[in-house]
Design a protein around this ligand. Sequence first.
Ligand SMILES: NC(=O)C1=CN([C@@H]2O[C@H](COP(=O)(O)OP(=O)(O)OC[C@H]3O[C@@H](n4cnc5c(N)ncnc54)[C@H](OP(=O)(O)O)[C@@H]3O)[C@@H](O)[C@H]2O)C=CC1
Ligand SMILES: CC(C)(CO)C(=O)C(=O)O
Length: 354
Amino acid sequence: SHLQRNTQISIVPLLRSEKRLQDFEELQRKASIKSLFKEGQPSYESVFSDATCPELFPRDWKIDNLIITTKTYQTKDALAPFMKFLHPQTNVMLVQNGLGVFEVLNDEIFLDYKPNLFQGVISHGIFHESGFSFNHAGFGDLKVSRLPSKDPQSIVQTKELVETDQKNNELVKVLSQPDFIQGLNVKHLTYQEMLLGQLEKFLVNACINPITSIVDCINGELRDVAGPIFSSIISEALDVLKIAYKPLFDYKPENDNFPNLDVAGVLNRDRMLDFVLKIGCIVNGTNSSSMRQDVVNLRETEVDYINGYIVKLCGKLGLGPDYCKTNQTIETLVKLRLGLNRGRAKYGDQRKKE
Ligand SMILES: NC(=O)C1=CN([C@@H]2O[C@H](COP(=O)(O)OP(=O)(O)OC[C@H]3O[C@@H](n4cnc5c(N)ncnc54)[C@H](OP(=O)(O)O)[C@@H]3O)[C@@H](O)[C@H]2O)C=CC1
Ligand SMILES: CC(C)(CO)C(=O)C(=O)O
């Protein structure tokens, strides 16, 4: 919606099915967003000149730029039907929480070639109202960067690469248009800067998303009561991330180009607890987290790409199960909550009386 409204280009939403496309067409391809954080909570509409779905995608079209904003676990199925329309120069950007999606795409989808890959990390809070109307509950930011093309361990990019992309890369040029940058507080970063922001956001999600889902509450309700469980989640996750992302934790900027890239100063327990409470429970205090929205609506969640990813990393790194007990328990409780909600929807009060 922000791209459609704040840039000179036409966005073509790729809906999942003809049914969903029809739903969108019946609303004249309009999406509306209410800015809850603004005085008077103004709404604005974005009208899309086109939209399509896999079945109706024009066979002679090619996809030069693709932004994926599905939930992590939906990415592979969403991308698969469009792969025949991509090409090696296609720019693909994932704007999602969590970690591990690109590994799935590299292992299972990008088999013949890898397009230009970008990652977006977004801390704006938004929840669905009805139809294609949404509530923008918390104004955060959107960090974007190009992913390392060759060795994923080589995290260091130069500022010149960012500037070159902002001049020459079609997708990055659009995301660099002033109105869009202002509209979503966009920051174009090197990979090492973005990765730091991604791990920081990962810890926000590892705390806010599962706990709001398990106890069924709005983000801000946790503000004064969830410190102990957040500290346990953060401490354990940081111990694992320090090993898994050692190149970032060992990274020392050679020059003053990166004055804020103090990884140890950013990713430390005490600061991260304050940051989680600020972004999760204050900036986005009125938001229903995306994971709570999933369990309330009986949908699968992203916990496998958040707390579950810490468990997966432990396995990959050969660390014992004691390294991830807290996150494993949190993952299990989210899945219990989803199962409970689905059971209540299916059986009503019957199970309470058996
Ligand atoms: N909501 C929030 O406050 C925040 C969310 N995020 C992250 O952003 C990402 C998206 O979250 P969010 O927007 O909340 O999720 P939603 O579930 O609200 O939106 C996901 C969208 O993807 C669409 N989709 C799913 N499968 C397909 C498919 N096969 N083809 C086409 N479209 C498909 C869904 O379509 P349909 O409508 O048909 O189901 C839906 O519109 C997640 O990683 C989340 O963690 C990050 C920061 C904050
Ligand atoms: C920032 C936060 C926690 C907002 O709820 C979010 O990322 C989400 O809900 O997925």
